[in-house]
Design a protein around this ligand. Structure first.
Ligand code: SDX
Length: 389
């Protein structure tokens, strides 16, 4: 009805916000973080440098870089009592369920002493989250396989330390393969931020109520879990396993086009990119590097993925709808090759995206903001009276 859809500043302040952090040109497959192309950051920077860039708007000087790393290292351990939360979960609990719970519980340890209006306090919250996410994520994995938690090692790089906490055991020395660590770090960079995607918009909306950053990041983790969003990397691996063999690829591509068939090409399509996701190209090259390093160039899943990409990119249905591989299409192949179980794939996405969520939250709460209050187009009954008995 005329005039029903009123202008609501609260809606605009979260649904169509302003930001200086990330720019996406979906038609041309462009992704910039504070003006730097993702391809150049993936090639030249490491994840902690990208964290600094997303937070502060500039790449760090050598001195700033060292200070940033040292401060992250001061926060890699979690409060000993937090370790007890894990015992409340079943061993086969999905690690994303544990992440939502444990990261949200960080609020119980830090938020009541935090003044959101104090820039320094917000920066400390950033350090705590950047530093603790790998520790908590690795604990999720160790808990699921019944192995002891590994304490973080601050003498290792960020990605190396994560792999050490994931695969190291107390009774043996664990040497991290530098090529695998570099690939892991690049996966962290490629997932760090992506403008107003579903989970970042969730974070902004939750943050607009004045909630503390730990609870707000937990809301982002929950939103990311869905298979249409961050859960897609796990869904890609499940899809490739369902296809099972290169000979079945054509049949499955046909199924993906059939509206009555629930089968979709996971890792294909995007709400914004109507061209190649620039991250997918870097991820594909990284997949080849990792599989070559591990002597797995003929990995059957890689072969199925390559065949799938080749057929879909030549298929009218996908061309017409501008459906291209997205960031999730190759990431799962790399993670599987490294030995990471599919249930941990979205956890790794959440670890990496924590800095993007935090940077957007921080950008919003650093300025003046109002509570988000999206409106709706009401399509239900108009006013009616309760029937006389
Ligand atoms: C991420 O937003 C972000 O930035 C997210 C993200 C980030 O970094 O935060 O980039 C991460 O979430 C990447 C996307 C991961 N999800 C998947 O890979 C799941 C598979 N993809 C689809 O579910 C889908 O492509 C979406 C959810 C990503 C986008 O859905 P849309 O917006 O509905 O897709 P669309 O409007 O572009 O679809 C146009 C047509 C439709 O068919 P028609 O109604 O026009 O006939 O294409 C079809 C869709 O049905 N379609 C697909 C398809 N994706 C869209 N058909 C088959 N397989 C697919 N994957």
């Amino acid at each position: 009805q005329e005039g029903w859809f009123t202008y609501d500043p609260g809606f605009v302040s979260t649904a169509a916000c302003e930001s200086k952090i990330t720019f996406i040109d979906g038609a041309n497959g462009v992704l910039l973080h504070r003006g730097y192309p993702i391809e150049q950051l993936a090639e030249n920077a490491d994840y902690l440098e990208v964290c600094y860039l997303l937070l502060h708007g500039e790449l760090p000087s050598a001195k700033e870089n060292e200070r940033f790393r040292n401060t992250v290292n001061n926060h890699t351990m979690i409060h000993d009592q937090m370790g007890r939360f894990f015992n409340g979960f079943r061993r086969d609990a999905h690690p994303m369920a544990i992440m939502v719970g444990v990261v949200g519980a960080l609020s119980a340890f830090y938020h009541d002493t935090m003044d959101l209006t104090d820039e320094r306090e917000r920066e400390i919250a950033a350090f705590r989250l950047i530093a603790k996410m790998p520790t908590i994520a690795a604990m999720c994995y160790k808990y699921s396989i019944g192995q002891p938690f590994m304490y973080p090692r601050n003498d290792l790089g960020y990605a190396e330390n994560f792999l050490y906490m994931m695969f190291g055991v107390p009774c043996e020395e664990y040497k991290v393969n530098p090529i695998i660590a570099k690939a892991m770090d690049r996966i962290f960079i490629l997932h760090a931020d992506h403008e107003q995607n579903a989970s970042t918009s969730t974070v902004r909306l939750a943050g607009s109520t004045g909630a503390n950053p730990f609870a707000v990041i937990a809301s982002g983790i929950a939103a990311l879990w869905g298979p249409a969003h961050g859960g897609a990397n796990e869904a890609v691996l499940n899809m490739l396993n369902e296809i099972g063999d290169e000979s079945r690829v054509e049949e499955c591509v046909e199924r993906a086009k059939d509206k009555d068939d629930p089968f979709r090409l996971m890792g294909f399509g995007h709400r914004v990119y109507k061209n190649f996701d620039p991250r997918a190209r870097v991820m594909r090259d990284t997949a080849h590097e990792v599989l070559k390093e591990l002597g797995m160039e003929n990995d059957p899943l890689l072969r199925i993925a390559q065949r799938l990409e080749q057929i879909a990119l030549e298929d009218e249905y996908f061309i017409e709808r501008k459906l291209y591989p997205n960031v999730d299409f190759y990431s799962g192949i790399i993670l599987k090759a490294i030995g990471i179980p599919t249930s941990m794939f979205t956890v790794i996405f959440a670890m990496s995206r924590t800095i993007g969520w935090f940077a957007h939250w921080n950008e919003m709460v650093s300025g003046s903001y109002r509570i988000g209050r999206p409106r709706q187009l009401y399509t239900g009954y108009s006013k009616r009276d309760y029937p006389n008995k």
